[in-house]
Write a protein that binds this ligand. Structure first.
Ligand code: FBP
Length: 701
């Protein structure tokens, strides 16, 4: 045998092959950063101009008109390419500028490419132009913390995920002090323009900044970012201007990749139900796309649940000539029963396993929880308005918070005009598990949003599902169906006659591929009794034949779950090619809007649902998208979130397939493998399936 020489660690670390595998970067990452992205047609010209169009109509909110007078009449702007320009126009276009950019809210894959697109276009127009990245979100603007972007810095992050280059934060510029500090920062850096890359709340903030900083000559441009996919812009006639925010496709594909692997594992090991909560604070767009990507057995869509009408209750009320308002909307109890029904149906065909997708914000659509969230939002906000210390510092422990609520309930008993929190609310609240009480009382973010990602939504639901399944098991209604072939083989092997035992054991021995043990046989004792009654065994002391006992045990289900949360992982994924190209072109659009003097506009790409050649960069006016909504117990102007439209083609296609994907019939499941996110190659999908389906529903005239 050849002698082996022991190599010292120091020496190993200098070996080229070891250095290569231990390097921070790898070939895929290097390919990504070097990949040159295609530009929309208009950006192949030396200049761009804006063309206002009246083709789109918005219903203006009077409050938005009052608070945002300078930008409320902005129009949709189309971007057109020009090969040459008059001298003064060319000079205006290419003048030296200082531009700031900030990320606001949760990370979304593609953000770095917005910066890269803006940087490339700005430097192409004038190499002396300076682009500053504000650090750690809007705090960077308030505290004047910025870094000047360089070729080296931008190149390092091209086509890579995260907001790592300049980080992000959730601070809102919502007071006159913060606005003043922001103004000072803009002055200090002599900014011509500030770009806010964010969600609905951040773009709302961008509109107020545009209004305020207009007199300082600072243009503000927003960019629609959020993995939640809830910034989608249509005009008052339903014409689509922005079909999807960036980051959605990547996050959905990343979640779908992992969930598809669970489908494979679950249908191999056949012992677990995998419960997959996916991000999406309010809207269920991500859950819907994941369902379309994976064909998981069950996917809850919050917006669908909110639309639920209990027909039985409605019928009973009609018969009694009364109205039952509880028939409208979904309750937690009812939802858990619907889930149990599907679990029981799958078990009946031998599938005591599967995958359920639950959107993070599902509880927002459940009646009783929605009421709690609204009431607690108001209680917390009222407390913060009237006290020096905020609610969460004043009552740090759950018991203290509950005590405060108890005092409010007492107040409602003493003073009938106080209706915010009564004894019934208090009793119902005390009935829910402590971890969920804690969740519902959690600190809201700076925009007043409820932190769904930190609440174990799925646990609340699963507790109820588990309880009800136990009841169904005791009633003999939750059983695993036994394959007829397996039963016959097992008994014959032990020289027992299947036709003697079958009719005693099963309620459907006469027909069906899967045999269901009779509901009254729920234990060895009841099995023994049934065999005795049919004189298949002599007395209660006689043992149940081993193969029969084996079959019975196989029919008794246990509901075993594995819980997963998909959110931060997908948010940090490197972007899909769709998101890479989309965001780079958004960055180019931002510069065109700036170079042509726009402010209070959101950069967008129209026709995302079509081939790249048809993509049209545009500017969407932000102020006309705003309306009044309750935030922190006050009415505030915000951009309306776009939730799943239950009349959309994508949703209807999902609904039409949900019974097939549940696969509560003999035979295979119908899982789809979306595969990993690829950056190049012909198999990488072009756009989200949701967009593909919705586009198929509109015929080009
Ligand atoms: P944005 O709307 O800011 O893009 O964030 C969306 C989101 O990813 C949600 O899906 C999730 O509920 C939330 O952020 C989580 O927030 P946090 O990062 O504060 O935990």
């Amino acid at each position: 045998m050849a002698k082996k020489k022991i190599v010292a660690l120091n020496e190993i670390l200098t070996l080229p092959q070891i250095k290569r595998v231990m390097d921070d970067s790898n070939a895929e990452m290097i390919d990504r950063t070097k990949y040159a992205l295609p530009r929309c047609g208009v950006f192949s010209h030396a200049y761009t101009v804006l063309e206002e169009t009246d083709e789109y109509r918005f219903e203006l909110d009077p409050e938005a008109a009052k608070q945002l007078p300078s930008i409320i009449n902005n129009k949709v702007q189309l971007i057109k390419g020009l090969d040459s320009a008059e001298a003064d126009a060319a000079e205006r276009y290419g003048k030296l500028r200082n531009i700031g950019i900030v990320f606001s809210g949760g990370p979304a894959p593609g953000g770095h490419n917005v910066i890269a697109g803006l940087y490339d276009a700005a430097k192409q127009a004038n190499p002396q132009t300076r682009v500053f990245g504000f650090l750690v979100g809007p705090d960077g603007i308030i505290e004047s913390e910025a870094v000047e972007l360089t070729d080296q810095l931008v190149d390092r992050y091209r086509n890579l995920g995260g907001f790592t280059m300049i980080k992000t934060g959730r601070t809102k510029i919502d007071t006159s002090e913060k606005m003043e500090l922001s103004r000072e920062t803009c002055r200090r850096l002599q900014l011509d323009a500030l770009v806010v890359v964010g969600g609905d709340d951040s773009n709302t903030n961008a509109a107020f900044l545009a209004q305020e900083l207009r007199k300082d000559g600072v243009q503000i441009i927003g960019v629609p970012k959020t993995i939640d996919g809830d910034i989608q812009v249509r005009d008052a006639d339903g014409k689509v201007l922005c079909a999807m925010s960036f980051g959605f496709h990547t996050a959905a594909r990343a979640f779908a990749g992992s969930i598809s692997n669970l489908c494979t594992d679950s249908s191999s090991d056949i012992k677990y139900w995998h419960i997959c909560k996916v991000m999406g604070r309010v809207a269920s767009h991500l859950a819907l796309e994941v369902a379309l990507q994976t064909h998981a057995n069950m996917t809850l869509i919050g917006e669908d649940l909110a639309d639920y009408v209990d027909q039985d209750r409605l019928q009973k009320a009609m018969e009694a000539n009364s109205t039952d308002y509880h028939a409208y909307g979904m309750t937690l109890r009812h939802l858990s029963r619907m889930i149990c029904d599907s679990i029981v149906r799958r078990a009946a065909v031998g599938k005591n396993y599967g995958v359920i997708v639950i959107p993070e914000g599902v509880l927002e659509f459940i009646n009783e929880i929605q009421v709690f969230i609204l009431k607690l939002n108001t209680i917390i906000a009222d407390y913060n308005h009237t006290h020096d210390r905020d609610f969460h510092s004043a009552f740090s422990r759950l018991e203290e918070k509950l005590e405060y609520l108890r005092r409010l309930a007492q107040r409602s008993r003493d003073d009938s005009s106080f209706k915010l929190w009564n004894s019934r609310d208090d009793d119902l609240f005390n009935d829910i598990p402590a971890f969920f009480q804690e969740g519902l009382l959690m600190e809201r973010d700076s925009h007043g949003n409820f932190p769904f990602s930190q609440v174990e939504t799925e646990k609340v639901l699963l507790g109820l599902v588990q309880d009800y399944l136990n009841i169904l098991k005791e009633q003999g209604r939750y059983k695993i169906g036994i394959s007829r072939d397996y039963f016959t083989k097992t008994l014959k092997k032990a020289e027992l006659d299947p036709d003697l035992f079958g009719p005693v054991l099963f309620k459907n021995y006469g027909d069906g591929e899967f045999l269901m043990v009779k509901p009254n046989i729920i234990s060895i004792k009841t099995l023994n009794q049934a065999l005795q009654n049919s004189e298949l065994i002599a007395s209660s002391d006689s043992a149940v034949p081993a193969p029969v006992e084996k079959i019975f045990k196989k029919s008794m289900p246990s509901f075993k779950t594995q819980i997963h949360f998909y959110g931060y992982d997908g948010r940090g994924n490197d972007p899909t090619r769709f998101d890479c190209i989309y965001t780079y072109n958004l960055g180019l659009t931002v510069f065109s809007l700036i170079a042509n003097g726009a402010t209070g506009q959101m950069a967008a790409i129209k026709n995302l649902e079509k081939d790249f050649a048809k993509w049209e960069p545009i500017g969407i006016p932000i102020a006309p998208l705003m309306h009044l909504e309750e935030r922190k117990s006050k009415l505030a102007l915000v951009i309306e979130k776009s939730i799943v439209d239950v009349n959309s083609i994508a949703f209807r296609v999902f609904k039409a397939h949900s019974e097939k994907w549940l696969a509560a019939v003999p035979g295979d499941d119908h899982y789809r493998r979306p595969g990993p996110i690829r950056f190049t190659g012909s198999s990488e999908e072009e756009r989200p399936i949701t967009l593909e389906l919705n586009a198929a529903g509109t015929i080009e005239e």
